[in-house]
Design a protein around this ligand. Structure first.
Ligand SMILES: NC(=O)c1ccc[n+]([C@@H]2O[C@H](COP(=O)([O-])OP(=O)(O)OC[C@H]3O[C@@H](n4cnc5c(N)ncnc54)[C@H](OP(=O)(O)O)[C@@H]3O)[C@@H](O)[C@H]2O)c1
Length: 350
């Protein structure tokens, strides 16, 4: 079968390079175009990435000689995966959708639009059908789908099995987010060394609102948000990869610790979708007193799973636990690829 051609917008950034690495030998997709800002456009990819390539394996051979283009909708591809800075992603992604491209975005700009799916294929694959409403309302031939914020994805994956079995009323979460989550060059070393920064612009709002859309129900082309109160505090810490989140939850009904562990361990959704990048187990419970840790667990299931541990009773709500996940893989590039795979399975791209 011929592969579906993919363009990467924001190919020089942290998420863009992770997309390039993950798509190297993808069974369905082939990268045909790389694009970034005017200052990068016209350059050979390897030349411009010299000191900016941040992944321990080398730049894949296929990408080295590719010329970086500008982010205009005249790229030779069927779908664009957008890893654009949010200062430009909004209008650029709209231009591509208007011109007939499918857009799978990592950026925040369209996530909460009423007619834009905010997808985690293991949780809400049916939300993809908002695309029909989006095309109708906006008169676009193409469309935009989005993946959630890098902390939201892991929190939502951990909450989903609890929400389904016991209901959820309240969630309090404190995040410790990796430096690579701030893009390149990110936070200055003088600011973060020996330090924790208790502020990430816009982050708390995203972590509080996105999960209720994701866990919501699609009814007649609209999402009815889940009725869960979420309070978030977000911090930047001196860790390179992996966001750690300490969550406390109030359940809708009584459950034992063993019930919760079983819910995490038995969470095996949507096997029938057969998405090549989907982890066998989206949530991996680690039963060790000092885990999960970014250093040891961030690459669980090739970075596509969320790890959960330290489950124990909470004196204020019902239970508390720690969630950890890779911000660049499952939290961004891997999520956008998984969404593109869902689009193929659902017949939105071919
Ligand atoms: N890092 C994470 O863990 C993470 C997780 C989830 C979502 N996200 C989101 O994913 C997106 C990319 O994040 P990142 O961490 O990869 O950021 P980044 O390292 O700062 O990369 C930003 C990319 O956007 C391009 N860009 C900037 N201004 C542009 C313009 N005017 N026109 C065209 N391209 C432009 C840059 O190209 P040049 O190099 O040419 O300037 C670069 O390729 C952001 O929206 C971010 O919020 C990031």
């Amino acid at each position: 079968m011929p592969k579906i051609s993919v363009g990467i917008l924001g190919a020089t950034g942290m998420v863009g390079q992770t997309l390039i690495q993950l798509l190297g030998d993808h069974p369905w997709f082939k990268v045909t175009e790389l694009a970034a800002s005017d200052k990068s456009a016209g350059s050979r990819y390897e030349d411009i990435m010299g000191t900016r390539w941040n992944i321990s394996s080398d730049i894949p051979e296929y990408a080295k000689d590719m010329e970086i283009k500008t982010c205009e909708p005249k790229l030779d591809c069927d779908i664009v995966l957008s890893a654009l800075d949010s200062s430009v992603a909004g209008p650029v992604e709209e231009q591509f959708a208007k011109a007939g491209y499918a857009v799978s975005s990592n950026a925040k700009n369209h996530r909460m639009d009423q007619d834009v799916p905010l997808l985690i294929p293991e949780i809400n694959p049916d939300h993809v059908d908002l695309i029909g409403e989006q095309r109708k309302r906006r008169g676009w031939e193409g469309f935009i789908v989005t993946d959630p914020n890098c902390s939201t994805i892991h929190l939502a994956l951990a909450l989903k099995p609890l929400y389904d079995r016991f209901g959820l009323e309240k969630v309090m979460v404190t995040t410790m987010q990796a430096l690579s989550g701030a893009g390149y060059p990110g936070v200055s070393s003088m600011d973060i060394t020996d330090n924790v920064i208790p502020f990430i612009n816009d982050e708390e709002d995203k972590v509080e609102i996105e999960p209720v859309k994701i866990l919501g129900k699609a009814i007649n082309g609209k999402i009815k948000y889940a009725d869960i109160g979420i309070s978030a505090q977000c911090n930047r810490v001196a860790v390179k990869y992996g966001h750690t989140e300490c969550a406390s939850v109030k359940l809708g009904k009584k459950a034992t610790k063993e019930d919760l562990i079983r819910a995490f361990e038995e969470f095996r959704p949507n096997k029938q979708l057969k998405l090549p990048s989907a982890p066998q187990r989206p949530v991996v419970y680690i039963d060790k007193e000092n885990r999960p840790q970014p250093k040891l667990d961030v690459n669980t299931q090739n970075g596509m799973a969320s790890t959960v541990g330290r489950l124990r009773p909470c004196k204020i709500l019902d239970y508390k636990f720690v969630v950890l996940g890779h911000n660049l893989v499952r939290g961004a590039a891997g999520a956008a690829i998984l969404n593109a795979e869902l689009l193929k399975v659902k017949g939105y791209i071919s």
